[in-house]
Design a protein around this ligand. Structure first.
Ligand code: FE2
Length: 421
């Protein structure tokens, strides 16, 4: 007798299996002939572990147009707008926006999010708000917070002190932004400093790193070296790494093995990088995405991150990690069937590994969190970005939609099967 039984779904590896859930855990996977308190019929549907987003900014989300829109479309104007918004936003505003976004996320089967929270202002209202959101969503969504000194660890007078205060308040991960420090030297020193802090406190580290088109922005080299020096491999990530797109190829041939040796993971954010980078170019315009396939070929773990939804940097977004992977596979030219399948793994298991999630997966003993999609395979899910028919979090059904039969009768018209908020 199971609490919940998901019947007949197709798993990402192609197996067709029932999944029995008891006491918040996956109790059995296979052809199960047992009673259950609740049955979800998933024959013909893809049943996957939940989507995971390893890079987001929840303190800024759903604020688009406040105080005004980003007219230039650049990273720097976005940072400037955010600098105004963060001092007028109340804790209540940020909690309300964060909770609303988490509702969107759950409806899309996105059940774990790592969000960077700005630790620059002395009031630390963003930290207070995001700790509250984390507490309130904990029963159904795993929220991990990164102490992010948006205005620079050293460039802002109280940047370092406030980052440490945020960690003392219970923020989970050490963040940074070396390319935004005053000089290349101070950027490199911030990386060394932040890695020491992570090592001393036993915390993961995830730095915004080289988010620029400057081919000489090479803080990822310092990050990889320091991750190796402090043994932070497996709990360290470099986010964005866009300068690698523009770096000299010979230099990259030396850099990538250094990253692989360190165990540093990479988190490109394709929706944002394709829109923010290359804004100072005429033609040809650079794509601004880091070297995804080349890193994966060397065994470097790469995940896709969402980064922004309706905020000073990005005017769109839906909390759908399939949209993120869809953009990523286009920009990185990952169109071979194996590469498309890999993109689905990136927004599920690779992202989960980057966040260090315990009990993630569909094996017996794992936390009973999963999503049922109106698609037959990971490749079809990426093509259609279909309805999430059911979302189960920690053993409980948290979202459900009626099946849309249009997919079967009109497979060539994906607009018939897309449903949005
Ligand atoms: Fe970011």
């Amino acid at each position: 007798m199971f609490d919940l039984l998901v019947k007949g779904g197709t798993l990402p590896d192609g197996r067709v299996a029932d999944i029995g859930i008891t006491a918040g855990r996956i109790a059995a996977v296979g052809q199960l002939d047992a009673q259950a308190g609740q049955v979800i019929e998933a024959t013909g549907d893809l049943v996957a572990p939940p989507f995971v987003d390893p890079h987001f900014h929840m303190d800024a989300t759903l604020s688009y147009g406040t105080p005004r829109v980003n007219a230039s479309g650049t990273l720097l104007e976005g940072i400037s707008l955010w600098g105004e918004l963060r001092d007028i936003a109340t804790v209540e505003d940020m909690v309300a926006r964060g909770l609303r976004y988490c509702d969107w996320a759950v409806s899309m089967g996105l059940l774990a999010i790592r969000t960077h929270v700005d630790t620059t202002p002395d009031h630390l209202r963003g930290v207070e708000a995001m700790l509250e959101v984390k507490r309130r969503v904990a029963p159904y969504l795993d929220l991990q917070l990164v102490a992010f000194p948006q205005d620079g660890l050293y460039r802002s007078a109280t940047g370092r002190a406030n980052l440490l205060r945020a960690l003392d308040m219970g923020v989970d991960v050490v963040g940074g932004i070396p390319h935004f420090e005053r000089t290349m030297d101070e950027g490199a020193e911030s990386v060394r400093d932040l890695c020491r802090i992570a090592a001393e406190r036993g915390l993961p580290i995830d730095l915004h790193c080289d988010e620029t088109d400057d081919p000489h922005s090479r803080h990822v080299e310092t990050l990889a070296r320091e991750v190796t020096r402090h043994g932070l491999g497996g709990r360290a990530a470099g986010s964005h790494l866009t300068s690698m797109h523009s770096m000299d190829n010979y230099y990259v041939s030396k850099l990538l093995p250094l990253i692989a040796e360190s165990g540093l993971a990479a988190i490109p954010n394709p929706l944002i990088n394709i829109t923010l980078q290359g804004r100072h170019d005429s033609y040809p315009k650079r794509r601004g995405l880091t070297r995804v396939k080349e890193m994966q070929a060397l065994g470097i773990r790469v995940g896709w991150g969402q980064d922004c939804v309706l905020d000073p940097w990005y005017s769109l977004g839906t909390a759908d990690m399939l949209d993120v992977a869809f953009m990523g596979l286009h920009v990185a030219q990952m169109t071979h069937p194996d590469e498309i399948a890999r993109c689905f793994e990136m927004v599920t298991q690779d992202n989960a590994a980057i966040m260090g999630l315990d009990g993630y997966g569909l094996q017996p003993g794992c936390t009973a969190s999963l999503v049922v999609l109106d698609a037959g395979s990971p490749t079809e899910a990426l093509r259609l970005r279909p309805d999430r028919l059911a979302v189960i979090s920690k053993g409980k059904l948290v979202a459900q939609r009626n099946r849309n039969d249009a997919r079967l009768s009109l497979p060539a018209r994906p607009q018939q099967v897309r449903r949005r908020f």
